[in-house]
Write a protein that binds this ligand. Structure first.
Ligand code: GDP
Ligand code: IMO
Ligand code: MG
Length: 427
């Protein structure tokens, strides 16, 4: 592996954490380049379960360098809690294996507060955000009123930037939202203190990655969320506030796009979504309930029940094409074990017309009608299978059929939450 990008090809929670942890064995660096603590990446190692929000999923492997790059919306309090939590569990987290960009924008108390208030004001148009302050932080980045990690490390600068930010935000809280203002001195003290804790980890991560690549080191880019939640290409406005696919790598990490050698999407054998917004293949009946039950579909970050539905080959093909993926990994194939029949969305009907492509520009995505095809299930436990040829014939038929509909090779199958529960197929 030279440089590999792994990203979610649905609406998040595709099993990225598990796969990144596995692939991290062959990487020297594991890099988060967008999103923030809205992400919840689950890694199971033996009896231990880790849910990582900000720290890359390579942290559980000794000797790997984990990088939180400039494109991440960094909540410094969550970051340090995560560092402390991992240390308490005996995982080594030091400046030698965790690096943080000087240029990452910082999520402050006022961003989290505003995230909640904005949702209340949106009323029926609410997005169902994770409430982690992601949108307001990226909005300030674009407005050029944000604070970056480097700003927390310099007392005078921290005071200046935070004073200016709070002047505006407190006016907004008190005059528009009828909410309490935040205390400037308290905020300065709090964030300067956490800045001191961040200091040992901070560096120019872009230079670090470019140098590492020049020295022949291998880099693994860990996407958060999924392509259908991408701010530009997802189901806007029901999206997150960053570029979630490989498209976020160059701006979010300072690593050149043309040097990413391989791009791999991740999608479940069915589909889920947390929060509001269009979900064409959602099943609100018995099948959706069974998928939720079998797949334990509860949010890793907020604990909310995930909406469930069938695999949507139109949306996954769009996500992979958009990012120029070399192929993809199908996760949670074992969750389909008990189904007598399995459905796959193969085309849409939009405004009375059948189409095979994602309807960019359609303002009423809720009205998409999905056309399904149905295949026989295998009704066997496949979680112990490790070689493709050992899978039941019906499982192989399903995999190959979906692969053909999506039009991109499936490079690995995942058949359980644990590291070793995978079936290689070219990766
Ligand atoms: P991420 O956000 O993409 O990292 O995914 P999450 O961790 O939020 O959700 C995926 C869930 O599925 C986690 O609980 C994983 O442990 C679990 N998981 C991942 N791959 C598989 C798989 O192949 N089979 C099963 N049964 N569970 C899986
Ligand atoms: P991982 O990395 C699933 C969703 C939220 C909401 C929308 C916007 O674990 O796959 P935000 O807080 O980002 O402003 O919320 O995006 N969302 C996710 N859904 N998995 C995630 O991350 C998500 N991160 C954000 O539920 O609908
Ligand atoms: Mg998740």
């Amino acid at each position: 592996m030279a440089s590999l990008s792994v990203f979610g090809a649905q609406w998040g929670d595709e099993g990225k954490g598990k796969i990144i942890d596995l692939l991290a064995r062959d990487a020297d660096f594991v890099v988060r380049y967008q999103g923030g603590s809205n992400a919840g990446h689950t890694v199971i190692v033996g009896e231990e379960k880790y849910v990582l929000h900000l720290i890359p999923s390579g942290i559980l492997h000794p000797g790997k360098i984990n990088v939180v790059a400039n494109g991440v919306a960094l909540d410094p309090l969550t970051f340090m809690d995560e560092v402390d939590g991992l240390r308490e569990r005996g995982i080594s987290v030091e400046a030698s294996n965790l690096r943080l960009s000087t240029s990452a924008h910082v999520i402050l108390d006022h961003h989290r507060k505003l995230d909640g208030l904005a949702e209340t004001w949106r009323g029926v148009g609410r997005i169902g955000t994770t409430g982690r302050g992601i949108g307001p932080c990226y909005a300030d980045k674009a407005s050029r009123t944000g604070l970056r990690v480097a700003d927390l490390l310099e007392s005078k600068r921290c005071r200046e930037r935070l004073s200016a930010a709070l002047l505006e935000k407190n006016a907004l809280f008190t005059h528009v939202h009828d909410a309490d203002a935040l205390d400037l001195e308290e905020q300065i003290e709090k964030y300067e203190a956490v800045g001191e804790r961040l200091r040992p980890f901070v560096c120019d991560t872009g230079a670090l990655l470019r140098e590492a690549h020049a020295e022949g080191k291998s880099l693994l880019f860990e996407g958060a969320q999924g392509v259908m939640l991408d701010i530009d290409h997802g189901t806007y406005p029901y999206v997150t506030s960053s570029n979630t696919g490989a498209n976020g790598i160059p701006s979010g990490s300072g690593f050149p796009a043309r040097k990413v050698d391989r791009l791999v999407g991740i999608a479940k054998s069915y589909c889920t979504r947390v929060g509001e917004g269009a979900f064409p293949s959602e099943d609100q009946g018995e099948a959706g309930e069974s998928l939720a039950r079998e797949g334990h579909e509860f949010g890793s970050t907020t604990g909310r029940p995930r909406r469930c539905g069938w695999f949507d080959s139109v949306a996954v093909r769009y996500a992979l094409e958009l990012n120029g993926a070399d192929g993809w990994i199908m996760t949670k194939l074992d969750i389909l074990d008990s189904f007598e029949t399995i459905r796959v969305g193969t085309s849409y009907v939009v405004d009375g017309e059948e189409r095979m492509t994602w309807p960019v520009g359609c303002t009423d995505l809720e009205a998409i009608e999905v056309q399904y095809e149905e295949l026989s299930g295998w009704q066997e436990d496949i979680s112990a299978v490790r070689r493709y040829e050992d899978l039941p014939a019906a499982t192989r038929a399903y995999v190959e059929w979906v692969e053909e509909r999506v039009g991109a090779p499936i490079l690995m199958l995942s058949v359980g939450p644990e590291r070793e529960q995978v079936i290689p197929r070219g990766l």
